[in-house]
Design a protein around this ligand. Sequence first.
Ligand code: ZN
Length: 252
Amino acid sequence: MNKILWLTTLALLPCAGSTDERHVDGVAAPAAVRQRVASNMSVTAGSLQPMCIQPIFVRDSPTDTHPTGAAYVIGRKEAETQWTKKAGIVFTWREPRFVDDPAFKVVTVGDQEAKLLATVQDAGCIEVFFIQDFNPPRSHGGASTWESGKPDAQIIISDASVTAPGPGHDTVFLAHELGHVMGLGHPVMPLGLIPSSTNTLMCVSDLGVPRPARNSQENVDNARKALKGFKLVPPSAPPDCKASADCGPCPE
Ligand SMILES: [Zn+2]
């Protein structure tokens, strides 16, 4: 699919009252994932693939000693806790790649996001672009996923999610976006995706109120179901609650 065309369409959609990300809506995402898995399986016959993640940092030039990516290590650590330990979802983390263009350090919401997303498109990997910040600052609640639940999903994350001054930083920003990649929506306003549990990492981000570093059995089950055909292992840690009824409300 032509992402630029698609983004043009997306830009016309209202933000649904959310201060969080604008996502690809309306597509039965897990089905799309399964479709891709089916074709993979026919090629790789029995060898299940981990979910490949490609981090991408932005530099002014190859000699730039201050590339973006300040949020990567903390985001990856929490993604492994929430999805690999608690859900048994296996990721392959590729070595970071660089985009050498100072124009993409601070990315204006809209066409410039589309241009950044077009710089790296690998059919076998989920690209995660790290930028300094969006313009306007902290747009999308600091991060956003395009083509949620589809094999060509792409994520943009602002380092400002963890470097901006202010109360309590959210550590689950990358784990949250990966939840969207796996077809999970927010507990309310799921935007066409599978509704997730309250008081977990899938809560909508409100700037300054960190999302809970918690996951639920319901989220784990739905993510694993959507990823049937990808490499899954038994979880090594239990989820924090079962479903919204016992998880409690999202923080406000
Ligand atoms: Zn979200």
